[in-house]
Design a protein around this ligand. Structure first.
Ligand code: SF4
Ligand code: SF4
Length: 355
C-alpha cells in the first residue's frame, strides 16, 4: 500500500499514533544537534535543518528548503530507548529488598533511517524487549561519514518497518510517499488524510534513494574483515591507532549496536541502597578487570578489542557484522579516528607483510 502525505498528513500521522497512547519518539533540534525526543506534532520535527559531518566533526546547518528528514544520523540512537543508559535493578531500605519495576512505554520510533533499522534488529537480538512500531525515513541525503551501502544496510529500507516515508520537495510541493510494511502500518495510514500514490510518485522515490546510494561519504573496504582481524591480533597497526586514540569510549557510547553493561551499587547515608545496570565501554580500564588486574591495559589492546568484536567476532556470535555503517563513531571521535580507514590500513599492512 502506497499513499502520499502532505505536511498536514505527516502531522496527522503523528497525532494518530499518539491517539492510541503510544509515545512517539523522533528527531528534534536540541542543543545544536539533531537528537531524539518525544514528538507531540509535526511541528517538533527539525524542519529546514541539516547537518555537516566529518571525522571528529558534527554541526547543524540551515537548509535552503524545509525538509524534515534532511539530516544524517545524530549523536543519539534508538539504543537509548531499547537499552537505557542506566536501569535500576533492585533497591533496599529498612523494609527489605524491592525489585525495580519495568515500565517502558509503548514506543513508536519515527523517522528511523535504514542504518538504524538494521541496528535496531541487531540490538533486539541481544536485549530483547517489545518490538516498537517503526516509521522509517528513507535516506536520500547520506552524510560525509555514512557508509551503510557498503555494509548492506541502506540507504533504502526494505524490511523492519511498519511504515516507510520518502520525503520529496519539488515544484509539485513538499510531500512524503508512505509505504505500509505491515498490516498495522496500513491500518494506521488508512486513518490519516492522504491521496493514492501514482506510479510516478513511487518511481521518483526509488530514484531519490538510488541517487542517495551514489552520494555515500565513504565505504568499508571490501575485505574479509572477520579473517583479517583474526589474523592480525599482533599487528603493529594497533600501536599506530593507540597513538591517536584517547580511550574516551565515545565510539562505543554513540554506536547503535554496542550493548555492554556494568553493574554498580550505590548507598546513601540513610541506609538505602540501589543496584543498577549502566552502559559500559570496552575502552574502560576496569572493563576487563579479572581477579587482581585488567587484561587489556593498553589503548592498543582496547581499540583492537572494540574493532575486532564489531567487525570480526560479532560474525561468530550473531552471524552478522556488528556495524551498520551509520558513521557515528567517526563523527563523534574527538581524534577523528575512522573505522573504515583503520580497516583499510590493516588490510594494506597485511598485504605488505605478505601474510
Ligand atoms: S561501528 Fe561506528 S559506523 Fe559502525 S554501527 Fe557502530 S557507530 Fe555506526
Ligand atoms: S577511537 Fe576515538 S572515540 Fe573511540 S575511544 Fe578512541 S578516541 Fe575515543
Amino acid at each position: 500500500m502506497n499513499v502520499v502525505l502532505d505536511l498536514d498528513g505527516l502531522d496527522g500521522l503523528i497525532r494518530e499514533l499518539r491517539a492510541h497512547g503510544q509515545v512517539v519518539v523522533g528527531p528534534v533540534l536540541r542543543d545544536d544537534a539533531i537528537t531524539l525526543a518525544e514528538l507531540e506534532s509535526g511541528a517538533d520535527l527539525p524542519s529546514g535543518w541539516g547537518v555537516e559531518t566529518g571525522p571528529g566533526h558534527y554541526r547543524v546547518r540551515r537548509r535552503e528548503d524545509a525538509a524534515v528528514f534532511g539530516h544524517s544520523a545524530g549523536p543519539q540512537s534508538w539504543k537509548r530507548f531499547l537499552h537505557p543508559p542506566r536501569r535500576a535493578l533492585i533497591s533496599s531500605d529498612d523494609e527489605g529488598f524491592h525489585p525495580a519495576r519495568e515500565n517502558a512505554p509503548d514506543y513508536v520510533f519515527f523517522g528511523v533511517r535504514s542504518c538504524d533499522l538494521a541496528a535496531i534488529a541487531k540490538l533486539r537480538q541481544i536485549v530483547g524487549g517489545r518490538a516498537p512500531f517503526v516509521v522509517a525515513a528513507q535516506c536520500t541525503e547520506p552524510g560525509e561519514v555514512c557508509f551503510c551501502a557498503s555494509m548492506g544496510c541502506g540507504p533504502g529500507a526494505d524490511a523492519g518497518y511498519d511504515i516507510a516515508l520518502t520525503e520529496r520537495i519539488d515544484a509539485a510541493g513538499h510531500r512524503f510517499l508512505a509505504t505500509a510494511g505491515t498490516d498495522e502500518g496500513a491500518a494506521v495510514l488508512s486513518r490519516v488524510p492522504s491521496r493514492a500514490a501514482a506510479p510516478e510518485d513511487v518511481m521518483l522515490a526509488e530514484q531519490d534513494v538510488a541517487a542517495g546510494a551514489q552520494r555515500m561519504g565513504r565505504a568499508m573496504p571490501e575485505l574479509n574483515l572477520r579473517d583479517l582481524l583474526a589474523a592480525n591480533r599482533d599487528s603493529t597497526h594497533w600501536e599506530a591507532v593507540a597513538e591517536r586514540c584517547l580511550t574516551c569510549g565515545n565510539c562505543t557510547m554513540v554506536c547503535p549496536t554496542c550493548f555492554c553493561v556494568s553493574v554498580e551499587d550505590t548507598t546513601d547515608l540513610d541506609g538505602n541502597a540501589e543496584r543498577a545496570q549502566r552502559w559500559a565501554s570496552c575502552f574502560e580500564i576496569d572493563f576487563s578487570y579479572q581477579h587482581g588486574g585488567s587484561v587489556r591495559t593498553s589503548g592498543a589492546a582496547r581499540y583492537r578489542q572494540w574493532m575486532t568484536h564489531k567487525l570480526g567476532t560479532w560474525h561468530d556470535q550473531f552471524g552478522t557484522s556488528g556495524c551498520v555503517g551509520c558513521g557515528r563513531c567517526i563523527a563523534w571521535c574527538p581524534a577523528g579516528i575512522d573505522i573504515t580507514e583503520e580497516a583499510a590500513a590493516l588490510g594494506r599492512n597485511h598485504d605488505v607483510r605478505g601474510e
